[in-house]
Design a protein around this ligand. Structure first.
Ligand code: ADP
Length: 698
């Protein structure tokens, strides 16, 4: 039937594992197994912790970045505003210059016109009025500075001025020169930018801006502290800057914006600093961080809570297992029922008691399968009473249950309400004790009690028999001697007339003497038997035993219409026995057989007495070659023996007859067994019973 297993290679991983297991020492393998179990247990937690940590770091980083972006955006806005301020300031200055020449330029009024203007524009170092050929007509220097320019430096700047003015002509508007450096005596120097505005009458007004002052006057008011504002060339070369020097440990944000002026292009650069460490820069990040810490704390609490729960769970499981073990090992049956009477739980002891499985018992609704059918109604009534609130007796009550095989057994039931943790009744709990064993023991003790009484009666009987034998021996002896005396007297007449009455009387008297003698012997043997003296055993021919009881048997047979068949095998040896007792056994068995055939419907009533060599060794197992046996057999065709009678046939005082004593068979067996033989019985064919017993050959 079995098909060959499909050939498939074991997975390489498993092979590797097996090879590794062979290679590694046991301690390392144990450590690995421990590591694996710890890893399996903690894997999810580690994963969760890593994820949460990753999430928190990301959130904090994003918050920081968001804030930096905001700072950068604000700086960009500030820078754009500053450029706009610068442009509008420069534009206003151009307008001031144009306003200066509104009333016409006059070298006499120059100084009075220009001085208030110079006071209002601190960013200007000098204002020059130049003619069309760019020769200086009038000059005014700022009062806020030590003198910056001299002849040489103005000459050096001539190129710048020319290009600015050329642009102004070209654009027909104010134009600027690129910045140029004006060295100072203290080696510091200044970056200066020229503004050229065309004046009426073909001249020019040239204003020299100090770039640093330009920033101070036109840009600074709008800028915050903590920022450095610079003007640079498009290539990044720094021209002028104002503001705070960079603080150590702070982060720098930079924004740049081109400042395109007619004739010149510069870049306004603003550097902003932010103090404090970057990781906790502001409220948002702080909040996120606080929440992260809270989250981690919750995680830790959760982990410890889970550990506590796991421990509680395992303790609970242990307790449950312990309870279950207790319920399973207890020998009292336990059963729980709900308020409707449905069985919800049974323990193994109960299942074993009734022979049903727990599933079979809990599956059924209504009448339980272990209720005997004839009592089911009463039990249902009892259950209804219980459901109606009837309280069961505290000391328990007895009942009868039925096993799965149909046999009934007595149980003692203790019932109590099943109260749950909230104090409400959810059903009934019952405990059962199987009383069968107890009943059996009670029965045995009752039987032994009876047997004891029987033995006591037997002893009394023995006592009486002994007394009787003593009392009867003398009258019997007297009868015997009177009989022999009478016999002697009759003998003479009988001899003379053999067929006369006297001869018959003599015969009768002889029989009287014989019987009196026999009765004496019987009484003596009973006396011996009771007294337990060594009985006299002797070799006796089986023939003699049978013939001794035949007259009595025939006497009874005639009364009941029974035919007696005697079959004794030829050449049988003699048996070694107490002949009186064995005769009594034969007599008892024959009498029992005849009584069993005393049935009105029985036509032919035959009692067979047979003596043969025993084909088998006796039942007590003595070796067959050690002794030879004769078998005595008494067979009737009577009522036969029913099984329940057969079970107690040899029990003293057991009888089915109204006038019976119930001692016959029990005594017979004792006698036969005392001789070493066995008394057995079996059904006769076609009907009736055969009793056989064996006796040892001499
Ligand atoms: P008793 O004869 O006083 O009743 P026994 O011990 O001799 O006492 O017999 C016990 C019972 O055994 C009898 O009551 C009878 O029912 C049964 N019994 C004995 N011998 C036979 C037999 N041959 N056939 C049927 N029943 C018998």
């Amino acid at each position: 039937m079995s098909t060959p297993a499909p050939l498939h290679r074991p997975p390489r991983r498993r092979l590797l594992k097996a090879a590794l297991a062979d290679l590694l020492p046991a301690s390392v393998q144990q450590a690995l197994a421990l590591l694996r179990s710890v890893w399996q247990r903690w894997f999810l937690w580690v994963l969760l912790a890593v994820l949460v940590l990753g999430l928190l770091v990301t959130v904090v980083w994003l918050a920081g970045r968001h804030e930096a972006e905001q700072v950068q955006a604000a700086l960009d806005r500030d820078t754009a505003d500053a450029v706009a301020d610068l442009r509008s300031g420069l534009q206003r200055n151009v307008q001031s210059l144009q306003a200066l020449q509104a009333g016409g330029l006059d070298s006499d009024r120059w100084s009075t016109d220009v001085t208030p203007l110079m006071r209002g524009h601190r960013e200007w170092l000098r204002l020059e009025w130049r003619d069309a050929a760019l020769h200086t007509v009038a000059v005014a220097d700022t009062p806020y500075h030590v003198r910056v320019f001299d002849e040489a430096s103005r000459k050096a700047a001539q190129g710048e001025i020319e290009s600015a003015c050329a642009d102004a002509v070209k654009l027909n508007a104010a134009a600027y020169s690129s910045s140029h450096y004006v060295p100072q005596p203290d080696n510091r120097g200044l970056e200066v930018m020229e503004l050229c505005v065309r004046a009426d009458g073909g001249g020019y007004l040239v204003a020299s801006y100090a770039l640093r002052d330009m920033l101070t006057e036109l840009v600074t008011p709008t800028m915050r502290r903590g920022q450095e504002v610079s003007l640079t060339e498009p290539d990044g070369t720094r021209l002028a800057s104002i503001g705070t020097a960079r603080r150590a440990g702070s982060r720098v944000f930079t924004a740049q914006q081109p400042v395109e002026l007619p004739g010149a292009t510069m870049v306004l650069r603003v550097d902003g600093w932010r103090g404090a460490p970057d990781v906790f820069p502001n409220l948002l990040t702080g909040l996120v961080t606080a929440m992260s810490i809270a989250l981690v704390s919750v995680l830790v609490l959760l982990a410890s809570d889970t550990r506590r729960r796991l421990r509680a769970e395992s303790e609970l499981a242990d307790t449950l297992a312990y309870r279950k073990a207790m319920e399973d090992s207890v020998i009292t049956g336990l059963r729980a029922r709900d308020l409707r009477g449905h069985t919800t739980y049974v323990n193994p002891a109960f299942c074993e008691m009734v022979g049903f499985s727990a599933e079979e018992l809990t599956a059924v609704e209504g009448a339980s399968p272990y209720w005997p059918t004839e009592l089911a109604h009463e039990y249902e009534r009892r259950q209804a009473l219980r459901q109606a609130g009837g309280v069961p007796p505290r000391e328990g009550f007895e009942s009868v249950f039925m096993r799965k095989d149909g046999s009934r057994f007595p149980v003692l039931i203790f019932e109590a309400p099943l109260i749950n943790a909230h104090g409400t009744q959810t059903g009934w709990m019952s405990a059962f004790i199987d009383l069968s064993e107890q009943r059996r023991i009670e029965e045995i003790s009752r039987a032994s009690q009876e047997r004891l009484q029987a033995s006591a009666r037997l002893a009394t009987v023995g006592e009486m028999a002994s007394l009787l034998s003593h009392e009867l021996t003398q009258p019997l002896a007297a009868i015997a001697s009177y009989a022999s005396g009478s016999l002697n007297l009759l003998q003479d007449g009988a001899d003379a007339h053999p067929h006369s009455d006297a001869a018959q009387v003599a015969m009768a008297v002889r029989r009287i003497a014989e019987q009196a003698d026999r009765a004496g012997q019987v009484i003596r043997s009973v006396h011996d038997f009771v007294r337990r003296r060594d009985r006299t055993r002797e070799p006796v021919a089986p023939q003699a035993l049978v013939e001794a009881v035949l007259p009595l048997v025939r006497l009874q047979a005639r009364k009941t219409g029974v035919r007696i068949d005697v079959l004794i095998d030829e050449g049988l040896p003699r048996v070694f026995c107490d002949r009186t007792l064995v005769e009594q056994v034969l007599l008892n068995l024959a009498r029992n057989g005849m009584q069993a055939m005393d049935l009105p419907e029985l036509r032919s009533r035959v009692l067979v007495l047979r003596v043969t060599r025993s084909p088998e060794p006796p039942a007590d197992g003595v070796a067959p070659d050690a002794r030879r046996w004769l078998e005595f057999c008494v067979a009737d065709v009577g009522s036969g023996i029913a099984d329940e009678v057969a079970a107690q046939l040899f029990t003293p005082f057991f009888t089915t007859r109204a006038d019976g004593m119930g001692l016959g068979l029990s005594l017979c067996r004792t006698v036969v067994e005392q001789h070493g033989g066995a008394l057995l019985f079996e059904p006769n064919h076609p009907r009736g019973t055969v009793f056989r017993f064996t006796l040892p050959v001499t």
